[in-house]
Design a protein around this ligand. Structure first.
Ligand SMILES: Cc1cc2nc3c(=O)[nH]c(=O)nc-3n(C[C@H](O)[C@H](O)[C@H](O)COP(=O)(O)OP(=O)(O)OC[C@H]3O[C@@H](n4cnc5c(N)ncnc54)[C@H](O)[C@@H]3O)c2cc1C
Length: 381
């Protein structure tokens, strides 16, 4: 059986490992030209389900490196005003395991050499009467397999063809995502799990990414064939604004300057946090979610996972965890097909029914958390 995966993101790479372990011939087609094309190093909190799914799919020998390059995500949640005076404490939590998306992706590319092709944007597919599916790429080439899995994220080309009526909603309002190297001064802003700063009409969320071990060194020591980037600890911050920017400024310096103007009067530590943000890892953030879709029925050679089918706001911390859960579940279903214990269409349909159920439950829960992160208009405070 040959499975083609569109997208080498969190879910697609996890699936590729799960399928390889099951002896399935898997190929991943990624739109970006290289693994480092876009440095997307934001922090992702893995809960016990996401981590269990990742452990299930990743080969055992990578588990030690994974543990070494993750970080803690526990402690008190503080709410401060814009001058850093404490307003209240929300109690301590154990929020799971902090991972860096870029480091995690690099780790997951290990062992997939020759199976991931970059510069291959899937543009569409054709299901053949013979029971195969042909995927078409932007460079004019194509590939054929027994199943195409759209793991191509929120703008999924595979979903657009499979479910043209599926609705993805872009939330109004505006968010800016930043990443600033962790110094003692900035570390003091987040002594625990996370800090929320409330200003007039603006909310700023702060969280730390502290690697247990520097990723490149940890890999060199624990698994020399694993190539991990140099990555230093950082403070991840998100600023939620009530109104969209009047215009989308061009490039980070313009976004940063516009944001600094809006944060006029905020504590110097917070302003310096914004000023010192990493240019390549800071940007405006668009928040999108999908409306539920019923199971499409029939027996298809095409399916979806992760943000390609159930994108959700980051407010619930569930998007990547759910994509990993999808990958583990689909790997298990396809492993049964590989062992001749199940038929492919039935195994895929069973996966889809379960995935749609918990996936859209996660979307609903994430939307329920959204008001906690939505700033009030200035005159409401
Ligand atoms: C700021 C922020 C914080 C977050 N925090 C958390 C968190 O704490 N916990 C959590 O669980 N989730 C979190 N998320 C959500 C999480 O990042 C996503 O849900 C997760 O990355 C989805 O994984 P995916 O594999 O489905 O899609 P992606 O990771 O988006 O991967 C999709 C891949 O497909 C590629 N692609 C796109 N189009 C094509 C095409 N046509 N052909 C081929 N390839 C294509 C893309 O280049 C990309 O590599 C956060 C998101 C953001 C933005």
């Amino acid at each position: 059986m040959k499975v083609m995966v569109a997208g080498a993101g969190i879910g697609g790479l996890c699936l590729a490992h799960g399928l390889l372990q099951a002896g399935v011939d898997v190929r991943v087609y990624e739109r970006e030209n290289a693994a480092h094309s876009r440095y997307q190093g934001f922090r992702i909190g893995l809960n016990e389900h996401g981590l269990a799914a990742l452990h299930e799919c990743l080969p055992q020998r990578l588990h030690g490196v994974l543990a070494a390059v993750t970080g803690p995500m526990a402690g008190e949640r503080r709410v401060l005003d814009r001058q850093l005076h404490e307003i209240r404490r929300l109690g301590a939590v154990d929020g799971g395991t902090a991972t860096d998306r870029h480091v995690l992706r690099q780790l997951m590319l290990t062992g997939l050499s020759g199976r991931v092709e970059f510069g291959k944007a899937v543009t569409g597919y054709t299901e053949r009467a013979s029971g195969t599916v042909e995927a078409r790429f932007g460079d004019g080439t194509s590939a054929t397999g027994d199943l195409l899995v759209g793991a191509d994220g929120v703008g999924s080309a595979v979903r657009r063809q499979l479910l043209p009526e599926a609705e993805v909603v872009t939330l109004p309002g505006n968010a800016v995502l930043g990443r600033t190297p962790l110094t003692e001064r900035f570390a003091a802003l987040v002594p625990g799990f996370g800090t929320t700063v409330h200003g007039p009409g603006i909310i700023m969320l702060l969280g730390r990414m502290e690697f247990r071990r520097p990723p490149r060194l940890a890999a060199a020591e624990l698994a020399p064939d694993v190539q991990l980037p140099d990555a230093d600890d950082y403070l991840r911050w998100v600023v939620m604004l009530p109104e969209p920017h009047s215009r989308e400024p061009d490039g980070w310096p313009a976004v940063r300057d516009q944001l600094l103007a809006l944060l006029d009067g905020w504590h110097p530590d917070l302003l310096d946090l914004v000023r010192q943000a990493d240019v390549v890892n800071s940007s405006p953030l668009t928040v999108r979610y999908a409306k539920p879709v019923p199971h499409w029925g029939g027996t298809r050679r095409v399916t979806l996972l992760g943000d390609a089918i159930h994108p959700m706001p980051p407010s619930g911390g569930q998007g990547a965890n759910t994509a990993l859960r999808d990958a583990a579940l689909l790997s298990r279903s396809l492993a049964a097909v590989q062992r001749d214990e199940a038929e492919l269409p039935a195994a895929v349909a069973q996966y889809e029914l379960r995935m749609l159920d918990y996936g859209f439950t996660a979307v609903t829960e994430s939307l329920q958390h959204l008001p906690d992160f939505t700033p009030h208009a200035p005159d409401e405070r």
